[in-house]
Design a protein around this ligand. Structure first.
Ligand SMILES: NC(=O)c1ccc[n+]([C@@H]2O[C@H](COP(=O)([O-])OP(=O)(O)OC[C@H]3O[C@@H](n4cnc5c(N)ncnc54)[C@H](OP(=O)(O)O)[C@@H]3O)[C@@H](O)[C@H]2O)c1
Length: 356
């Protein structure tokens, strides 16, 4: 495989550090040209020294890292809205996008997928669910009947009954995955799974009504595709994000890796159940935003970003996250979603509305 040049946005985070581990073990296959972080300048510079790459830190670091460097792949692994402009800039420069920051698709899926098609660049999914689907679908999507996204169910799958008293520490205690705080809270409310429905809708061009969620607490089956002939393909691996990250970077090749392989006999049982719509109202909110159309999903993502931040600061309760998003969706004016500026306008409206 020819050595690929890589830019990592969000290098100091959970996905970023896993990606760096993948590169450390495959130095002939990948060369990091630039790393971007936000506040963690020192760690970013230390990593950059290790790889002979350029380091960027600060509010506009991700965008500058893209604008000032050439690469084959840009790994977008920042948080929330911050991934949008750098993703668009990387597409315009002809880089393939290894996408972890799903909010990019939630807020501006149509705009970024159209831009990618125009520039003939690919989205290579990093989310384990979308990587699973990507690995199962080397066929035209006219053959797909439905996508089945698996969900771990997070820390509150069956209890406590009263979610309003949940603390920040409890919500951050994910049973399977070690991730950054925003995506961990989103996983506990299942807003993350809702975002993944929208991400899958744009990545694979499948209607939202044909995307199903099934809870699978063991997190071994990462997602499935059912085809029109009734066959279902699934991708299985231990819950380790490096599998999906490495595949996004090495695609269409697979590189060997010295890590735990699946031992199904040791696991014994894999279980599946339907998500409880009362415990997890965010799944319904995502579908409602989708039906509303325009920039409603951008309002959804912005309201969630505000609500999760405010919950983490201890200023609102856990169940206020879904309530905040619902109230915003009801109050939001209609924004046409035909440009990045329109997406920013929806984002700004939401933050102003919530900070009033
Ligand atoms: N972690 C997972 O297993 C996982 C799985 C699937 C998808 N994802 C998605 O991947 C993305 C990253 O998740 P994560 O868990 O790696 O998050 P994280 O651990 O919180 O790391 C976030 C990274 O982005 C940087 N960052 C944060 N805010 C930024 C901003 N405003 N502008 C530029 N950079 C910023 C951080 O820099 P500093 O360190 O300097 O603050 C850090 O490097 C999220 O969108 C998440 O939904 C994560």
């Amino acid at each position: 495989m020819k050595t690929k040049r890589i830019i990592i946005l969000g290098a100091t985070g959970s996905i970023g550090m896993n990606a760096i581990d993948v590169v450390r073990h495959n130095r002939d296959s990948f060369r990091i040209v630039a790393l971007a972080a936000w506040r963690n300048r020192e760690k970013c510079e230390e990593l950059a020294r290790e790889f002979g790459a350029k380091a960027y830190a600060g509010e506009d670091a991700a965008l500058r890292a893209v604008e000032e460097n050439e690469a084959d792949i840009c790994l977008v692994a920042t948080v929330g809205m911050s991934g949008l402009r750098p993703t668009m800039a990387a597409i315009e420069k002809g880089m393939d996008i290894a996408l972890a920051t799903k909010e990019v698709m939630v807020m501006a899926g149509e705009l970024v997928t159209k831009a990618a098609a125009r520039k003939r660049v690919r989205f290579l999914p990093v989310d384990s669910e979308h990587s699973a689907i990507f690995q199962c679908t080397r066929v035209p999507n006219t053959e797909i009947d439905k996508l089945i996204l698996t969900a771990s169910g997070g820390p509150f799958l069956h209890g406590p009954e009263d979610l309003s008293k949940v603390t920040v520490a409890e919500a951050l205690n994910h049973p399977r995955w070690k991730m950054g705080p925003k995506v961990t809270i989103d996983s506990s409310t299942m807003m993350n799974k809702g975002f993944e429905i929208l991400e899958a809708r744009w990545l694979f061009d499948v209607g939202v009504k044909d995307i199903e969620v099934v809870v699978h607490p063991e997190s071994i089956v990462h997602s499935m595709v059912t085809f029109k002939d009734g066959a279902t393909l699934a991708q299985l691996s231990p819950p380790d994000m490096r599998v999906a990250i490495q595949y996004a970077l090495s695609w269409p090749n697979r590189l060997p890796a010295e890590r735990e392989k699946l031992d199904l006999a040791a696991i014994g049982r894999l279980t599946f159940e339907r998500p409880d719509p009362v415990r997890f109202p965010c799944l319904r909110l995502v579908k409602e935003a989708c039906e509303k159309g325009g920039c409603a999903t951008a309002v959804l993502a912005a309201a969630d970003e505000w609500a999760v931040k405010t919950f983490l600061e201890g200023k609102i309760g856990y169940t206020d996250i879904a309530k905040t998003v619902e109230e915003c969706l009801e109050a939001a004016p209609e924004f046409a979603c035909d440009s990045l500026e329109a997406v920013w306008e929806a984002n700004d409206w939401t933050w102003k509305h919530l900070s009033r």
